[in-house]
Design a protein around this ligand. Structure first.
Ligand SMILES: [Zn+2]
Ligand SMILES: [Zn+2]
Length: 195
């Protein structure tokens, strides 16, 4: 948030303004519009192939906690943001409905709402990243694709009700091969990387 966002606000007001500003930026970026200059934005999904997060730490390969991240860069002014893809889905009807059902403010997501979204299971696929959405029957999911568009999706299975029998954890060699085989993809905007 720009420094002026701190002036004349309480501590909780600063947090709220930061969240409003952050979500508005993401909404613009996902619509392909730079929040600074209105220039064209290039979206990207990044999948960490060596992902391993220790308790209380960050992945040593990608430096973040989520395995999949979204990135957007303005072609004109080079404004650049990296964010968790599920934030792009906050106003999708399936997501907004689940947030409302759980007592959150789907219309104006704040810190609590963003933390809730961070807890939803994510699974990278060749078409994007699928998030399991909490629902009474555990049967809803949304996908954020490489253009950062959001659509309803089928659940991938293994992350929802326990792992599929025989599936290898992603941090193992077998898991990495499985990830490399299942994740991309002919889509040039989805990149899998490992250090
Ligand atoms: Zn990683
Ligand atoms: Zn720009």
């Amino acid at each position: 948030m720009p420094p002026a966002g701190i002036a004349d606000r309480s501590l909780s007001g600063v947090v709220r303004a930061a969240c409003v500003n952050y979500v508005a930026e993401i909404d613009l970026l996902c619509a392909g519009v730079c929040p600074v200059c209105a220039g064209r934005v290039d979206p990207e999904l990044r999948v960490c192939a060596e992902h391993s997060v220790p308790d209380g730490g960050l992945c040593s390969s990608c430096g973040t906690e989520p395995r999949v991240s979204a990135a957007a860069t303005c072609r004109n002014c080079r404004f650049h943001r990296v964010f968790v893809p599920v934030f792009a889905a906050h106003d999708h009807p399936v997501v907004a409905g689940a947030l409302t059902d759980r007592g959150y403010d789907a219309a104006a997501p704040g810190f609590r709402e963003l933390c809730e979204l961070l807890g939803w299971p994510a699974e990278p696929t060749a078409e994007g990243v699928v998030y399991a959405v909490p629902s009474p029957d555990d049967d809803r999911a949304v996908r954020v694709d490489a253009t950062l568009s959001v659509s309803e999706a089928a659940r991938t299975g293994e992350r929802v009700k326990g792992r599929t029998a025989g599936a290898s954890p992603p941090g193992t060699a077998m898991g990495r091969r499985a990830l490399a085989a299942s994740v991309p993809s002919s889509d040039p905007n989805i990149s899998v990387f490992c250090n």
